[in-house]
Design a protein around this ligand. Structure first.
Ligand SMILES: [Zn+2]
Length: 152
């Protein structure tokens, strides 16, 4: 499952759709590959751990091999030639893939700025968890630089 990778890609601003968003595996067992291949043919990048599926999609696919999300993100960003940088003004809601909206007035607590998802109304802010996210992105950066992965 690449659900965590999907959430991180959204946070970094990439519009990302999970197979589970488009196909209910209980109703369409085995059909999701065809849907994903169609999307890849339309120009979307298919990210999968399935080597056979990646081969079928050809150049429109990347097969991630790492078992952990930092490694997976490093593989995808290396493929895209992008840096692991997060800018909340360009982030998407990790739950719904909608672009979050900056809110500058009427914010609760000490926060002058928050970001809100127009779909699920969830709020995001630069709080204590921000440091953890930055540390995670630092780890991704080191992986991309080819340094040995540090302990989790
Ligand atoms: Zn949302």
């Amino acid at each position: 499952m690449l659900e965590k990778l999907c959430r991180w890609l959204r946070l970094l601003g990439y519009p990302t759709v999970s197979a589970w968003d488009i196909v209910d595996p209980r109703e369409h067992e085995g059909d999701e590959d065809e849907v994903l291949l169609e999307l890849a043919a339309e120009g979307h990048l298919l990210i999968t751990r399935d080597g056979v599926l990646a081969d079928r999609a050809g150049r429109g696919a990347i097969r991630v091999e790492s078992g952990d999300v930092a490694g997976q993100l490093a593989e995808v960003l290396t493929f895209l030639g992008d840096e692991p940088v997060m800018n909340p003004d360009e982030s998407r809601c990790p739950d719904c893939n909608a672009m979050v909206v900056r809110v500058e007035e009427g914010n609760p607590g000490p926060f002058e700025v928050t970001w809100m998802c127009p779909e699920c109304r969830k709020r995001y802010w630069v709080g204590g968890h921000w440091r953890e996210m930055e540390a995670f992105l630092d780890r991704v950066r080191r992986l991309m630089d080819g340094a040995p992965a540090s302990s989790r």
